[in-house]
Design a protein around this ligand. Structure first.
Ligand code: GAF
Length: 389
């Protein structure tokens, strides 16, 4: 891989002398969806698929960026003196947003840089290609310019800050955190209120994590995501009229049931119900995993999907078809939508012997029902972002 990137780097920028090589993963969330901006728990893991970069510092203030996946945009040129989101920059608004966020947070890089990237996370699939690129850029900047005061958690927060304030998606911290802090063969049990986390080994000797890409992305993703976030904030405000809580994640399901009459709006009520119960499911799922009860973990994944479909309303017909089909296949331990929703991917835990039937049966039926093919990835859990060479 590094060969391919260094060659492109030399072709575009004269030579690759002194260029360095980096990797940043994508992520899949096993359970705990739309809880991160509600002060709840999440349970994602980094993938071995991700984004690679060859990068080198410059001595002037220019920034030159090139994507081997989106080469139709050519070399995107910007300057440290003009860090604004521009439509024509397209994908490059993600790395540029991180440079901007470094500046905003008092870590302005002293010079520009050249960077070529290539990634194997399917775009728009909900596997966090944008967070991967954001954290990658943070790692590149710190390494190229010797910025050693920032931790990986800081880089996750800077990535989220850039996405919220430079790229207009009001996302929580889960994706950037998973990408920055990932650990091979472990998922991350993260309390998003305190940013406390624990690694939980995923030892699935007789099963695999299978991601199914619906290959649909419904248009309102960002606006509907921001709507969900606002509805939760409004529900919280209604509860705070009588309860001393900082977030929906502070509520147990019991306490929610006792106080839900405070939320008058039926839509806000459904959103809050999901956030509270999903947080509890995530806590329960990690406990089940630690106790070796993978069947219970799978049941909680299935319940998570139902809640995301009916109460949070972030699923879509294509994803529901994938999940319904998965639930019928013997050997599927659990299956649910993963990520922000409105298309993207499902995540399933599938017994080894059921992986081929899973892919065959769902692949055929999905094509018949939806009219295009789904894609399947049997994934491994990898490490967080870092310099490789
Ligand atoms: C997207 C967001 F970026 C995350 O912060 C999270 O809210 C997720 O949707 C839903 O769980 O990936």
């Amino acid at each position: 891989m590094e060969q391919k990137l260094f060659e492109k780097f030399a072709e575009l920028f004269g030579d690759a002398d002194g260029a360095r090589f980096y990797f940043s993963p994508g992520r899949v969330n096993l359970i705990g969806e739309h809880t991160d901006y509600n002060g709840g728990h999440v349970f994602p893991c980094a993938l071995t698929m991700g984004t690679y970069a060859a990068a080198r510092a410059r001595s002037d203030r220019r920034i030159r960026l090139y994507s081997m996946n989106l080469n139709r945009f050519g070399v995107v040129e910007a300057s440290l003196d003009d860090l604004t989101n521009k439509k024509e920059y397209n994908w490059a608004n993600y790395p540029l947003g991180v440079v901007w966020a470094f500046k905003e947070k008092g870590h302005m890089p002293p010079a520009g840089f050249d960077m070529v990237i290539w990634g194997n996370i399917p775009n728009g699939s909900g596997l966090s290609s944008s967070a991967s690129l954001e954290v990658l850029t943070g790692v590149v900047l710190c390494d190229l310019f010797g910025i050693d005061s920032l931790t990986m958690t800081d880089l996750a927060l800077i990535g989220q800050y850039s996405e919220n304030n430079f790229n207009g998606c009001n996302c929580g911290i889960m994706d950037q955190f998973a990408v920055a802090m990932g650990k091979k063969d472990n998922a991350i049990f993260l309390d998003t209120a305190a940013l406390n986390y624990e690694y939980a080994p995923i030892r699935l000797e007789d099963a695999k994590i299978v991601i199914t890409n619906s290959k649909v992305k419904h248009s309102l993703v960002d606006s509907a995501y921001n709507d969900r976030r606002r509805e939760c904030t409004e529900a919280l405000a209604a509860l705070q009229a009588e309860l001393d809580i900082r977030s929906l994640g502070d509520l147990t399901p019991e306490k929610f049931e006792q106080n839900k009459h405070l939320i008058k709006d039926p839509v806000q009520l459904k959103r809050a119900k999901h956030a509270v119960y999903e947080n509890q499911r995530t806590i329960d799922a990690v406990a089940a995993l630690r106790a070796g009860d993978i069947e219970k973990f799978g049941k909680l994944m299935n319940q998570s999907h139902v809640s995301l479909r009916d109460d949070y309303e972030v699923s879509c017909p294509e994803i529901d078809i994938l999940v319904d089909l998965a639930w019928q296949i013997p050997g599927v331990i659990g299956s649910r939508i993963t990520g922000g929703g409105f298309g993207g991917c499902t995540v399933s835990i599938v017994k080894n012997e059921a992986v081929d039937p899973f892919i065959d049966t769902i692949g055929k039926t999905y094509l018949e029902k939806v009219g295009h093919e789904a894609e399947f990835y049997t994934v491994d859990i990898g490490d967080g972002a870092s310099r490789i060479l």
